[in-house]
Ligand binder design. Structure first.
Ligand code: TYD
Ligand code: MG
Length: 450
């Protein structure tokens, strides 16, 4: 017999949960879940159950990644956009989402087929103006400017493009809903509706979603589970560098990163990432050290900079840019207890130059050595790179992909690498390996400590 199921529904975003939760998993709001009776009778469960099949007998047609002809986008996506998939491109306002997608649209129009760019934020003439500047005029690139969901749906149904871009999901709204455009209810409804239309018509859909600086705004967070792929476009707005990351990807890896530079002629792919990050480096100064990090499959040399300064009263400051703050605190504690170098009463600033990141544990040794170098005001050798995860006992742990990291260091002209003693790698020609057993050993090798 059909029986109503007890569920809890969020007042703000409509997400459902079987049990009551203080914080809504859909939109992160507090105390918004309310007890309701689900209109879905349990009877429907048996209908689904009758379709159960052994896993090996289920047909699964291969999904095809279609290259977009923008190499750095294809790299981030592990090949390209999957036909008929829905992708959300999230990022803060002004980071370059519209620029990136206009460039993508022009490339797809050139190489694949019709692209419909629905601009719900700018007029068609503004889009044309930008496209002209970017060299993106193409006869198969169609532009519509609409904010009404029904109108956007109608144009998708009429044109049935290969790829459709909707910029942005926060500015399109369904007039029949009482809430305002950009509200959680509207954003979810618009995204769900457009996804269904796109899947029905076989259109590859890209939605733009704005996020605030800390990435928590209603938009993208509540949409993540509705779409196949979530791309995040990040970077320091004041700098030129932009990173495109797959945060969720139903069809491929989420470790790859696309790198771009914002130029006067739009976004340019960064081919030599290491060269880009080290371009402004000044050698011979204390507190600076280069480390080869991995961004997905790509080794990338970044410069870690540390500044240890006297504290002017009050509690000592710790500032971490491009690395994790908690990791820095741990490394300072290990430096203190295991290498006899205390910064307890000093301000410590650590930053990865050029807006890059050194977020993996393999960067530990470079961070610790840069701090030690600044604290002693002794410059580390200009041709040195360092790699190694530091444990709480001060021990150095091996890192993955050491060969590829060392090759990249050699390519950029580095001649010495400080690596964990246990590293299972032969010395590559042209680069000397300084095997260090622990942090204290590494510090003593390169800095004169009493
Ligand atoms: P935009 O794509 O409009 O950002 P979003 O859609 O994420 O809000 O890009 C905005 C910034 O990019 C703007 O500040 C100007 C800059 N820009 C360039 O530097 N060069 C260019 O060729 C273009 C089109 C934009
Ligand atoms: Mg925009």
């Amino acid at each position: 017999m059909a029986r109503a199921k007890v569920v809890h529904r969020c007042r703000a975003c409509g997400a459902q949960s079987a049990s009551w939760l203080g914080r809504c998993p859909g939109c992160d709001e507090w105390n918004t879940l309310e007890l309701v009776e689900s209109p879905t009778p349990l009877q429907s469960v048996s209908v689904i159950a009758s379709r159960v099949a052994p896993i090996g007998a289920i047909e699964s047609p291969p999904t095809v990644a279609v290259p977009t002809a923008v190499p750095e986008i294809d790299r981030a996506l592990g090949g390209g956009l999957h036909r008929g998939s829905v992708t959300l491109l999230g990022g803060p306002p002004g980071i370059g989402k519209s620029t990136l997608l206009l460039q993508l649209a022009a490339q797809v129009a050139e190489h694949r087929g019709t692209v419909l760019y629905v601009s719900a934020e700018e007029s068609p003439s503004q889009v044309r103006h930008r496209a002209e500047r970017l060299g993106c005029l193409h006869e198969r690139l169609l532009v519509a400017s609409d904010t009404d969901l029904d109108a956007v749906t109608a144009v998708l149904e009429r044109e049935v493009p290969e790829v459709a871009v909707v910029d942005s999901v926060q500015t399109v709204a369904d007039a029949s809903l009482p809430s305002a455009a950009g509200s959680v209810v509207q954003v979810r409804h618009v995204a769900l509706h457009l996804s269904r239309v796109a899947k029905r018509l076989g259109i590859t859909l890209v939605l733009v979603g704005h996020v605030t600086k800390d990435g928590v705004l209603a938009g993208p967070r509540v949409l993540e589970h509705l779409v196949d792929t979530v791309l995040s476009f990040e970077g320091d707005r004041t700098g030129d560098l932009r990173l495109l990351r797959a945060v969720k990807h139903r069809f491929g890896p989420t470790s790859e990163v696309g790198l771009f530079e914002m130029t006067a002629a739009g976004l340019a792919s960064v081919v030599d990432a290491s060269g880009r990050f080290l371009a402004d480096r000044r050698t011979g100064q204390s507190g600076s050290l280069v480390t080869p990090t991995m961004e997905g499959q790509r080794p990338m040399l970044v410069e870690v900079q540390a500044l240890v300064a006297p504290n002017e009263g009050g509690s000592p400051r710790r500032s971490a840019q491009g690395i994790d703050g908690a990791r820095l605190a741990m490394l300072l504690a290990v430096l203190d207890r295991r290498a006899g170098l205390s910064t307890a009463a000093l301000d410590v600033y650590v930053s990865v130059a050029g807006g890059a990141r050194a977020a993996e544990p393999a960067a530990d040794l470079a961070i610790a050595l840069a701090v030690a170098s600044s604290a002693t005001d002794v410059a580390l050798p200009g041709g040195l790179v360092a790699l190694g995860e530091i444990g709480l006992a001060g021990e150095l742990r091996r890192v993955g992909e050491l060969d590829r990291r060392l090759l990249e260091a050699k390519r950029l002209g580095f001649d010495t690498a400080a690596v964990p003693a246990g590293s299972d790698v032969d010395e590559p020609p042209g680069i000397r390996l300084q095997r260090c057993s622990d942090l204290s050993d590494a510090v003593c090798n390169f800095l004169p400590l009493d």
